[in-house]
Design a protein around this ligand. Structure first.
Ligand code: AMP
Length: 175
């Protein structure tokens, strides 16, 4: 089986969650399938191991799961992009629009310390409208690093989120 087939077989779609009309991509069924989870991380490791990545940055909270496993596999540091108010040290924050209202993500100001011209791989489980990833990309740049690529397990192409990002995007499944 190739990686797309493995992911298609292990990710569950839950209709009308958290509200009517949303087809929610549930990755918990991928995480609890040890072979599928390992295949995904191995696949991403092969893609990124020769790209001189210094850090993997993951978006709260599902980006933490994939990002930390991948950073371990790549032998590089992991940086969390968190929802507002969770990080204890000095932060940089970025607001972004939701369908109704705003949300905000933060990064530690010294997240990429000790590395000159740090190269970062941004990761999340899914890109929908791209608002979250755009805010995360902007924070990484403000913290002094370059986003080499933004990686998603699933891209909801019809929402055109990729157009919001400046970095190249790589998504394994397109829906
Ligand atoms: P967006 O900012 O619109 O690109 O939304 C991306 C964030 O919302 C990601 O962190 C996703 O985990 C989550 N998300 C949005 N739509 C879905 C969906 N249909 N299924 C699962 N997660 C979603």
């Amino acid at each position: 089986m190739d990686i797309k087939e493995i992911l298609n077989n292990s990710i569950r779609t839950v209709p009308d969650f958290p509200q009517k009309g949303i087809m929610f991509k549930d990755i918990t069924t991928l995480l609890n399938d040890s072979k599928a989870f390992k295949s995904l991380i191995e696949f991403l490791k092969v893609r990124y191991e020769n790209k001189n990545i210094d850090f993997v940055a993951g978006i709260e909270s599902r980006g933490f799961i994939f990002g930390s496993a991948l950073s371990y596999a790549l032998n590089v540091g992991f940086v969390p992009v968190r929802k507002k108010g969770k990080l204890p040290y000095t932060t940089i924050a970025e607001k972004y629009a939701l369908e109704y209202g705003f949300d905000e993500v933060e990064i530690h100001i010294d997240a990429f310390r000790d590395v000159k011209n740090p190269k970062v791989l941004l990761i999340d489980d899914l890109i929908a409208t791209g608002g979250t990833a755009k805010a995360a990309e902007s924070l990484i740049k403000k913290a002094g690093a370059e986003v080499v690529e933004s990686c998603f397990i699933i891209e909801l192409e019809f929402l055109e989120g990729a157009k919001k990002l400046q970095s190249p995007i790589f998504s394994i499944l397109k829906d």
